[in-house]
Write a protein that binds this ligand. Structure first.
Ligand SMILES: [Zn+2]
Length: 504
């Protein structure tokens, strides 16, 4: 028997259609040393041994003794819709590799990618692949924030989604999708059932590690792990996108009747609990005052500004939360990173030790939200300048070498403010420790995140206070200028019936 040939590729972008941050093709190289997507051996070198589905695919190919081609790995940070050129590039590279002979294709995708021409970027990629390779076995790993469409559900052979948020099971998800594909190729039943609810949850309260999602995800995982079905995944969706198919969804593969029944059970439970997927928004000033009153205990109070979360497409330079903290007199604070290359350049020019007055952030307008950037003028001493490179030690993207660009620390007395050239959601303490700040020794740590901070920061915190700052990742869905979103949808249209088939 001749040696099997596998192809694996990665295309990931979570698109916030309201984001002012552009997404050129060159942005698709973020985890990796290159400007633009990684190719071939370089992609293998960057991803092997990391916590990513692609790393699992590399291990599966090695274990199976298969030849593996990785034509492209294109990963961009969340931001505005991507150019269609990225789809041309990825589809072209994958199809060229598949054309050279391929027994199975393994894709590491996001599931919430929007391009200028396609509201379902991953669906379009799969349509292009299926047009050339209608019978090719295809495994797909997806992010928990997938907005599932019919084509994305039905065109792969096997499909698995992350079970965690913060996402710490990416490698495992690749293993699940890949192993299931090998089983399906050996005859395991892999009929697909799927459903998408008109239910837009708040991302602060849809994590699978907590109610209400926990019981739903546990039920899916138990069915899959117990062998009742081949794969079962639930998606919390990515609501910050003005597209038709936003909504909590599920996809199950296995014997057709069981798959169908499980999907309806999972979605029925989610719909029943829909009110629990809503997040109460507290006024930001009240939240800061509440944090200021939490005086006892070791470790910092985390102040988490989720209205400008770069991990969901925020510009990461909205300064309202820091302004409020300083006005209320919080001290012993570490804050950042704020993305502002101009302020970094000014502080580098002044040099370590210099007293400076600098305008930080507020350089980006947010026209989709009707918001203008407002810089914060701060006076202080430049404490540290770094190249912004660190290796992740926490549980999310463990071992990955990251760069947040040149970084400067401004010490205002009350706060050590970290300013970097690149945007970065602080899921790992390295963004502070690499520039000489021990966040565990602070009274307060102000960061911009929603959920991923829990991976690196929750273990050191004595308290967590969520801040509803302004920005393009606000939890107040009534602030977004929706045009293409399906209506009715819960909670914007609170009294709607579900779209589940009636149980008559
Ligand atoms: Zn996600």
């Amino acid at each position: 028997m001749s040696r099997k040939r596998f192809v694996a590729a990665l295309m990931r972008h979570e698109t916030n259609t309201f984001s002012p941050v552009p997404t050129p093709v060159s942005a698709f190289g973020r985890v990796g040393p290159t400007d633009g997507p990684a190719r071939g051996e370089e992609a293998v070198r960057v991803y092997r041994g990391t916590n990513n589905p692609l790393a699992a695919y590399i291990d599966i190919a090695e274990r199976e003794g298969a030849a593996l081609a990785v034509p492209i790995a294109a990963n961009a940070h969340p931001s505005a819709p991507a150019p269609d050129g990225i789809l041309d590039l990825v589809a072209g590279a994958v199809l060229e590799a598949v054309g050279q002979g391929c027994d199975a294709l393994f894709l590491d995708l996001h599931g919430a990618m929007v391009t200028e021409g396609f509201d379902d970027g991953e669906g379009e990629l799969l349509r292009r692949i299926r047009a050339e390779a209608p019978d090719l076995p295809i495994a797909v790993a997806l992010d928990f924030h997938t907005n599932l469409t019919r084509d994305l559900a039905l065109l792969p052979t096997t499909l698995a989604g992350y079970r965690t948020y913060p996402h710490i099971d990416m490698y495992e998800t690749g293993m699940r999708a890949g192993e299931a594909l090998l089983k399906a190729m050996n005859g395991a039943a892999a009929a697909t059932a799927w459903h998408s609810l008109p239910l837009m949850p708040h991302m602060n309260v849809h994590s699978p590690s907590r109610p209400p999602m926990q019981a739903i995800m546990d039920r899916a995982s138990a069915a899959e792990d117990g062998g009742e079905v081949l794969l079962a995944s639930v998606f919390g969706c990515f609501p910050l996108a003005d597209i038709e198919h936003v909504g909590i969804s599920a996809v199950v593969q296995g014997p057709a009747d069981r798959a169908e029944r499980l999907v309806l059970d999972l979605m029925g439970e989610a719909w029943e609990k829909r009110a629990d997927f809503l997040f109460e928004i507290e006024d930001m000033a009240d939240s800061v005052a509440r944090a200021a009153a939490m005086s006892d205990g070791d470790g910092p109070v985390l102040l988490v500004d989720h209205g400008d979360n770069t991990g969901s497409g925020g510009n990461q330079d909205v300064m309202a939360a820091l302004r409020e903290c300083l006005q209320q007199g919080l001290a012993g604070m570490a804050a950042g990173p704020f993305a502002d290359p101009e302020a970094v350049a000014e502080m580098i020019a002044a040099g370590v030790g210099a007293e400076v007055e600098v305008e930080i952030g507020g350089k980006t307008d947010m026209p989709a939200m009707g918001l203008k950037g407002e810089p914060l003028r701060l006076r202080g001493r430049v404490r540290r300048i770094t190249d912004g490179e660190f290796t992740v030690t926490g549980p999310m993207f463990t071992g990955v070498r990251l760069s947040i660009g040149r970084t400067a620390v401004l010490d205002t007395g009350a706060a050590e403010v970290v300013v970097s050239e690149e945007r970065y959601e602080p899921f790992d303490v390295g963004c502070f420790t690499h520039c000489g700040i021990d966040p565990a020794s602070k009274r307060y740590v102000l960061i911009k995140s929603r959920q991923h901070f829990r991976a690196g920061f929750e273990p050191i915190a004595r308290g967590i206070v969520m801040l509803a700052g302004p920005g393009t990742t606000t939890s107040d869905y009534s602030l977004f200028p929706w045009k293409k979103l399906r209506r009715p949808i819960y909670p914007l249209d609170p009294d709607i019936p579900s779209n589940l088939p009636s149980q008559a």
